[in-house]
Design a protein around this ligand. Structure first.
Ligand code: UD1
Length: 335
């Protein structure tokens, strides 16, 4: 039995492939390499010591999917392949709807035809939108504010409805803020463009690749005025997917889970920790708030703990240390 991993060369997807291999699973990767480097596959082969099967193609292409099902005995799908930038989705909404929604639709159709038993979706806390009460539980109403968030909401809904009329169970994993890399330092985030997220930017400043960090606002109603997020180690996230494949969902046909640590950390706290971990000074300026940013976001992860028997085990220091180790040996990501 094989697990089809779409987007398996991407950031979270590649770390998930390592975790699946460690759990003894057979995997085939489908990736179009539109936002991933081919060298990620070499790193995965060397880390796992295994000749991973990789198919280059588009996850919405029904012919490619049919060929995969013809070649492999696929009983589960983990679907990562998607566009994931909020501002880009505002500028090019239709490109986001077409890519993210049609890939989920094509895969779900094939999954039902072929009797796939479990479909795990890479979703995001972005589906919640602005939240009044913290921590965020899976039960609150989903009010995504960007086209990107709307696509994830639609993908979740497609799978909920597909599972309601089939034997396929769906697991919707809503990530908070993924950070870090594999502890070997041989796999991490290798973005094709300039990073925009906080930790990659902070680490580039520590490594002398950028002169200063811009902190987007420190006049929020939080203890130190800077915004608070729930940063979670990418290997913990990866292990959450393995748990999602194996978990007994009981009477549920589909189930959503938050994957975070349940701990909120401010931007100033990240900067201080990064400075300790790297032993470098991290120069910063406080500038205006970034439009669309929330003051605070962190997860209630009790459902994942109870039902997936999954809990994040790695703390912020380890996230930053692992990110730093990879950056030191691969300043521009993998070649
Ligand atoms: C962003 C995405 C979200 C995605 C997540 C993880 C947006 C609005 N949201 O979330 O969809 O799931 O990344 O990839 O793009 N910050 C600075 N200076 C910087 C960069 C960030 O002060 O140079 C601050 C931000 O204002 C925010 C915090 O750091 O308060 C975290 O930012 P970021 O890493 O971009 O994550 P999110 O905005 O939470």
């Amino acid at each position: 039995m094989t697990t089809l991993v779409t987007g398996g060369a991407g950031y979270v997807g590649s770390h998930c492939v390592v975790a699946l291999h460690a759990a003894g699973r057979d995997v085939v990767i489908l990736d179009d390499f539109s936002n991933a480097k081919r060298s990620v596959v070499d790193a995965l082969r060397s880390l796992t010591g295994c000749q991973l099967d990789v198919v280059e193609g588009d996850a919405s292409d029904r012919i490619t999917i049919a060929r995969l099902f013809g070649t492999y005995d696929i009983d589960s799908i983990i679907h990562f392949a998607a566009y994931k930038s909020v501002p880009e989705s505002v500028a090019e909404p239709l490109r986001y709807y077409r890519n993210n929604v049609t890939s989920t639709l094509s895969l779900a159709e094939a999954a039902l035809e072929r009797g796939v038993s479990r479909f795990v979706l890479s979703s995001s806390a972005v589906v919640y939108g602005t939240v009044a009460e913290l921590p965020i539980t899976e039960e609150i109403r989903l009010l995504p504010e960007s086209p990107y968030g709307a696509t994830k909401h639609m993908c979740e809904r497609i799978l909920v409805d597909a599972s309601a009329v089939s034997d396929m169970q769906s697991v919707l994993l809503r990530y908070f803020n993924p950070v870090g890399g594999h502890s070997s330092g041989r796999l991490g985030e290798s973005p094709l463009g300039e990073p925009q997220n906080l930790v990659p930017v902070v680490m580039q400043v520590a490594n002398g690749m950028r002169p200063r960090l811009e902190i987007f606002g420190d006049d929020y109603d939080t203890p130190d005025g800077s915004a608070i997020r729930d940063y979670v180690h990418v290997m913990d996230l990866a292990e959450g997917h393995v748990a999602a494949l194996d978990a007994d969902l009981g009477r549920h046909r589909s189930r959503a889970f938050n994957l975070g640590t349940g701990v909120g950390t401010s931007v100033h706290e990240v900067v201080r920790s990064a400075s300790e971990v790297t032993q470098r000074n991290i120069a910063f300026d406080v500038v205006a708030r970034r439009p669309g940013d929330l003051a605070e976001s962190w997860a209630d992860c009790s459902r994942a703990a109870a039902e997936l028997r999954w809990r994040a085990r790695r703390d912020l220091k380890q996230m930053l240390a692992d990110h730093w180790r990879f950056l030191r040996s691969h300043p521009s990501g993998l070649p």
